[in-house]
Design a protein around this ligand. Structure first.
Ligand code: UDP
Ligand code: MG
Length: 334
């Protein structure tokens, strides 16, 4: 047992909610969360991140925060996307456990106490909701199945529903990961690669969208797939890009070098014999540049050198370490 006193938290649970034009849902959502968490005697904060709404979402948030001291708000200067909103919410969260949920009332606050228990008592690092019975159009549920299958295969994480907005995290997880671009679909993958291996799943209720419309179209699947490729690649080679580019470059260069040696060797060997002998054996001398293999060798050597240089550049970029998450916050309520 550790002798140190455990870190104390201002609240037990932080509920982080990214939102874009969800004004109608917010009063109902926050009242529902408050009712459920009060019933269970949990201390909490609700962090609403307005991701550049163009409706009156921020006014609504200000109104709610006036009467509800545990409601905090962060307002982006423009729309940065759900990942950016989540990342900012994670940085602001003070709870022992952090739960995320969508603002559209599709996720039910009734799930929060059980999610909290799974993290604190069952010691999960991350628990993802699983919308086993979905209330979404077929055009969304079928590609989603495919997406989840591919992600399971590539990441080795056995979740049914990676993109569920309802998730719970131990505070350590949200304080150590960075979510950017469209990476909110892969938070379990990011968490796993950061070393958080206790990843669980809980079947959750799902409702039809009550107000407003979905903020993501079908392009989500194209981007989602590309993001998965880059996240797999980056997580493997981020620290040492040279391991990837250097290996590929060396292989390509060696292939070119071997072919070149072969061509030169062949040329010398043929030159060592006289014409009559060559004719007798059905052979003839050719210029090196007359052979297709020569061009293959040329390309392989050039590509190899380029891959190597790319590796060097990537190493330098990782040294400089560009900051990815700089969002301009317009207002905030604490
Ligand atoms: N959202 C956001 N920024 C965006 C797009 C969406 O904060 O650029 C929020 C949105 O308001 C909602 C959640 O992300 O609270 C999930 O979005 P939505 O319900 O439209 O997605 P779907 O349920 O169709 O997957
Ligand atoms: Mg939704």
């Amino acid at each position: 047992m550790s002798k140190r006193t455990p870190h104390s938290f201002p609240v037990e649970l932080s509920v982080v909610i990214p939102l874009l034009n969800e004004a109608e849902s917010l009063p109902e959502l926050t009242a529902w969360i408050r009712r459920v968490l009060k019933e269970h005697g949990l201390s909490y904060e609700i962090i609403l991140i307005d991701d550049g709404s163009t409706d009156n979402s921020w006014d609504v948030i200000e109104d709610i925060a006036d009467t509800e001291p545990y409601v905090r708000g962060i307002r982006f200067n423009r729309n940065y996307g759900k990942s950016a909103a989540l990342d900012t919410g994670f940085k602001a969260a003070q709870g022992r456990v952090v739960c995320t949920m969508d603002a559209d009332l599709q996720d039910s606050p009734e799930e929060l106490p059980e999610l909290y228990r799974l993290i604190t008592e069952e010691k999960y690092d991350l628990v993802s909701g699983w919308k086993k019975k979905r209330f979404d159009p077929l055009s969304k549920t079928i590609p989603t199945k495919l997406f989840n299958g591919v992600t399971r295969k590539l990441s080795g994480i056995q979740l049914h529903d990676f993109n569920c907005g309802l998730k719970a995290y131990d505070h350590r997880v949200v304080k150590s990961i960075e979510v950017y671009g469209e990476m909110h679909r892969y938070i379990p993958v990011i968490a796993k690669w950061a070393g958080f291996r206790r990843i669980g799943e809980k079947v959750v209720q799902h409702q039809e969208r009550k107000y407003g419309t979905t903020k993501f179209g079908l392009e989500r699947f194209v981007y989602g797939f590309l993001d998965l490729l880059s996240i797999t690649f980056v997580s493997r080679f981020r620290q040492r890009p040279m391991h990837f580019f250097g290996t590929m470059g060396t292989l390509s260069f060696l292939l070119g070098a071997v072919i070149t040696l072969w061509l030169v060797g062949e040329k010398l060997w043929l030159a060592a014999h006289d014409k009559a002998w060559l004719v007798a054996h059905g052979l003839r001398t050719r210029d090196v540049t007359d052979q297709p293999l020569f061009f293959l060798a040329l390309v392989a050597v050039v590509v190899g050198v380029q891959l190597f240089l790319t590796g060097f550049l990537a190493e330098m970029v990782t040294l400089t370490g560009r900051k990815k998450n700089q969002y301009l916050v317009r207002d905030s309520i604490n």
